[in-house]
Ligand binder design. Structure first.
Ligand code: HEC
Ligand SMILES: [Cu+2]
Length: 405
């Protein structure tokens, strides 16, 4: 095979490989997801352009090298050159060509599209709607200030699948009880905040990956052009529940979005009404089990046994090893006696879940769960995991403590 043939074969192989991902049907499987926002399209364009350019450069460089190894070998009675620097105008021209070519590729061919996308990403002007996104250990909370609605979005993958006791479904760890619903063809401003540590809001199909830093407000925007469900994840290691705070966005046409807003308002009004309703112990426990699995199990574990040194058990009668100050605090609140976890007084239990325990990871649930949900989860905690207090906490009791502190 002649040197030229080798070169041609190598070149077409590498270029072919570079174009393959662009054509392939199943591109999202091993490449970028199909972009649905202007930013994501920009990002993908730059990626593809870059891939093609470096593939050509790579092929040219390696091809030349292989050709030289073949054609200039000692076997062919070639001798090494002795020059140390270019001489004459022609050689200088050859020597400076790669340098100039790289400058043009970096600052013009790739530089201009890259600058365009960075500018576009920062341009939050003209947004038609704002959604406030708050990251928590370990779920996202979404608020729509213009509509007066908001909710938290918790992982809904069952614990059985996480613990390998059931087969994992298609969207394992990428499913939530309450997705973020957004209208298509509207510029939506996302204002991001964190209540604890650094998280990152990442939805690949939107081309958005924004760090969320406690103490700062960060902004980004999306304008989704295709209805559908888009999935993302927290992309900044934020603690043991990092893998359990996915982002699910449901994009719907504007008219359908308005319907959803109306339904959401009605749902929130119905939740308000539950604060004065009364429920049976069985009803509360049934609801409480769901609330516990999606809001508490990340820390206290789905079996209620907690984690030594970090998260106290909910199950009474269990020993708990932790630092002396933590044990003293548990004892003072009435949840720890003679080296064992105990069920503790009801008012303290309600206060802890409502307001959290400041200075510890135990969060406040007053804004996130309704009075009925808090009543349910406490009733559940006090009557499961081997606990048998028989206590039934009604929403009104929680509501009273919530308002009066
Ligand atoms: C982010 C982790 C985390 C989550 C989520 C969490 N807790 Fe806690 N919880 C803690 C920690 C840590 C403590 C112990 C705080 C201390 O005293 O240092 C605690 C303490 C408690 C206590 C008092 C002590 C005890 O031993 O029982 C109760 C009651 C409690 N949590 C209930 C809940 C309920 C109910 C939920 C869900 C609605 C929940 N927690 C969600 C971390 C968490
Ligand atoms: Cu996170």
């Amino acid at each position: 095979m002649s040197g030229e043939k080798v070169l041609r074969l190598g070149l077409s192989g590498v270029i072919g490989a570079a174009f393959l991902p662009v054509r392939a049907q199943a591109r999202a499987f091993y490449n970028f997801q199909t972009p649905v926002t202007p930013i994501a399209r920009d990002v993908l364009f730059i990626h593809d352009l870059f891939l093609v350019i470096i593939a050509i450069l790579f092929a040219a460089g390696i091809g030349l090298l292989l050709y030289t190894v073949y054609a200039h070998s000692r076997r062919r009675h070639r001798t090494a050159a002795t020059f140390t620097q270019p001489v004459g105008r022609k050689q200088w021209l050859w020597a400076s060509t790669p340098f100039v070519a790289l400058l043009i590729i970096d600052y013009v061919v790739l530089g201009i599209p890259a600058l365009h996308s960075i500018w576009a990403l920062a341009d939050t002007r003209g947004a038609e709607m704002t959604v406030q996104v708050t990251a928590h250990q370990w779920h996202w909370q979404y608020q729509y200030p213009a509509y007066g609605i908001g909710f938290s979005s918790d992982l809904s993958t069952p614990a059985r699948q996480i613990d390998d006791r059931a087969p994992k479904d298609k969207h394992f760890l990428l499913e939530v009880n309450h997705p973020l619903v957004l209208p298509t063809h509207e510029k939506v401003l996302l204002v991001l905040a964190s209540s604890d540590v650094i998280h990152a809001f990442w939805v690949p199909a939107f081309g958005v990956k924004q760090d969320v830093v406690p103490g700062y407000l960060r902004q980004t925007w999306v304008e989704i052009d295709k209805p559908g469900v888009y999935r993302g994840q927290c992309a900044e290691l934020c603690g043991v529940g990092h893998a359990f705070m996915p982002i699910v966005v449901q994009a719907v046409p504007p008219a359908q979005f308005q319907h959803w807003v109306a339904a959401e308002r009605a749902r929130e009004a119905a939740v308000q009404a539950t604060a004065s309703a009364t429920y049976s112990e069985a009803q509360l426990i049934l609801r409480g089990r769901q609330i516990f699995q999606s809001n508490c199990a990340a820390c206290h574990q789905s079996n209620g046994l907690g984690l030594p040194g970090a998260f106290p058990p909910i199950a009474a009668g269990h020993p708990f090893a932790a630092s002396a100050p933590m044990l003293a605090a548990l004892r003072a609140r009435g949840f720890y006696r003679h080296g064992l976890i105990v069920e503790g007084p009801v008012p303290n239990h309600i206060r802890i879940v409502l307001h959290g325990i400041p200075g510890t990871p135990m969060p406040s649930f007053a804004a996130q769960l309704s009075a009925a949900d808090i009543a349910a989860v406490i009733t559940y905690e006090r009557n499961d995991f081997g606990n048998h207090t028989g206590d039934v906490i009604e929403p009104a009791t929680v509501a009273a403590l919530k308002d009066g502190h």
